[in-house]
Design a binder for this molecule. Sequence first.
Ligand SMILES: [Zn+2]
Length: 349
Amino acid sequence: MKAFVMKAIGQVGFIEKPIPRPGPNDAIVKTTRALICTSDSHTVGGAIGQRENLTLGHEAVGVVHEVGSNVKLFKPGDRVLVGAITPDWGDPASQAGHSSQSGGPLGGWKFSNTKDGVFAEYFHVNEADANMARIPASVPDEVAVYCADMLSTGFMGAENGNIPIGGTVVIFAEGPVGLMATVGAKWCGAGLIIGVETVPRRQELARTYGADVIADFSKEDVVQRILNLTDGQGVDTAIEALGTDTTFQNAIKVTKAGGTISNIGYHGQGDYVHIPRVEWGVGMAAKTITTGLCPGGRLRMERLLRVLEMKRVDPTLMTTHTFPFEQMEKAFEIMDKKMDGVIKPLIVF
Ligand SMILES: [Zn+2]
């Protein structure tokens, strides 16, 4: 089968690989749709170290091709969503409620990290009964594929943010995850949602998805603007959805005492992320920093699919480009270099 791989740091391309085989608890899925993620760029850039001929990608849906002897809930031909994060559910971290950290920090993140990812004609799913979900008939593949990471991570940003009903929320960066965090913040009951974004197309989408105000860091001091919008108080919840030292610091600066900084950004560069000492109340302002990795698992995926089945949100507004799998190199370059106003490139198999 054809697989799109990271050959080495900074190098991608197609290679041939054998179709994987399932262990007793596993499944093999024939890929139908996938999305490229900024995390794929971070990986190729060396953020998690050297990898050799590792298949990229972690956001995909498909049709079950083969199942192991212990798999009870799925059979060949089923149309399925697979979470980007595929935990080991027997691990102590999973049993403690932190399944994305099973097997060690970020250990639930296997695709294109510790095993081959989904940018291939077929991919392997561990613990299939727990890590896949059947896609409702009314939800097309190109819609369902957004659940794998974008909806799950974005909504987690809001869920981890302890948003009080009527509270104030800022989302730092309205990329695809920030946009879904915006939707999540609205559903969690935010009274005022401020989106920080400079790209006009993303600003417009942020408004569509629920942002009341846009702060543009290219035109204004966003920290001051957010403080002005909240009568100098700061927000209840700041969602960091970019992953830079500056935005993380700004998130702390604009959060009121007792508030929450919910980090969902991938901090892919530098050795340290800094906390501004004074605005952190010299360590005593009761500002909570929460972190998390995209939740996976069948229950989570079924809930996300229900949201789509009931047409609560249309994530396909984020699909700016569509490419056949054969043109993966071009698609990857566009995402990697953020060319042509890209938000999410959809890959059709
Ligand atoms: Zn992703």
